[in-house]
Design a protein around this ligand. Sequence first.
Ligand code: ASP
Length: 322
Amino acid sequence: MSMSVSATPTGHTDGDPGSRYAVAVHGGAGRYGADQFSDAQKAAYHAALAEALAAARAVLEVDGTAVDAAEAAIVVLEDTPLFNAGRGAVLTHEGVAELDAAIMDGATLAAGSVAGVTTTRWPIRAARAVMEKSEHVMLQGAGADAFARAAGLEQVANSYFVTPERQRQLERARARGEAANISKFGTVGAVVRDRHGNLAAATSTGGLTNKRWGRVGDSPVIGAGTYADNASCAVSATGHGEYFIRATVARTICALVEMKGMALADAVRQVVHGKLVALGGEGGVIAVDAHGNIVLETNIAGMFRGWQREGEPPRTAIMADE
Ligand code: ASP
């Protein structure tokens, strides 16, 4: 799949507070069959993606920041049990939700991430707290939850995240003896360019069904599943994280834009259909550049996604050819 939404002239220069915002969200990519989802399921996915876009829009319409908008979109998707993040996240082999999240501010290159949190209701808020309230970039496990609690973030029992559907998925994966399920990814992500020309990226996930206790994927690894730099672009990934880490997907896309002067769509295609496929890594990315160009790309059958540029209607889609 290849989809890019180009910026149209705005009459403003980049960085002008009057220039237009652009936002894209994803809810994971997967080897979906065209008939995999009922009409009711499809409608629920479209509605959730639209709700995430609306949350970002509510921030951007009042001249809010890209970081605030990205966080707002992710919070909606973390609350939605349909996606693999927050409530409804996939489970480890032991049946526990271990959540990873990251956020990055393209204006300053400040970044924060958490891995393996088990009690923080909104992992993306924990990642943001790490970015803004600690001297670190990444915290993991019990220390990350303790930090989030100290930062005043809501804590819940791990059972809050666990849904019957994810328990069934885990039972099926265990019965098949799979190391980890890699056919359907439901990680959520957001990339934003605000009216000030600043970029941000955010990603949140439960990782892979039946993953090993302590496994960390690409989502919280800055440069792999998440990256933002005003000098190039903002990227959030979904897919088989081990490959996204090894191919440093998000940073490589930004580096191609920044250092080789490539158009965003070309840089995304080169990585998602080049290095990643060569390694065997399935998945996709969403990206936005400083001009408000949006690119949504996957190398498998589908990717839950939504996007909107200021002054244009919001769009949502599931299958690659939609
Ligand atoms: N990339 C995530 C991971 O490997 C999974 C996903 O995209 O759903 O942890």
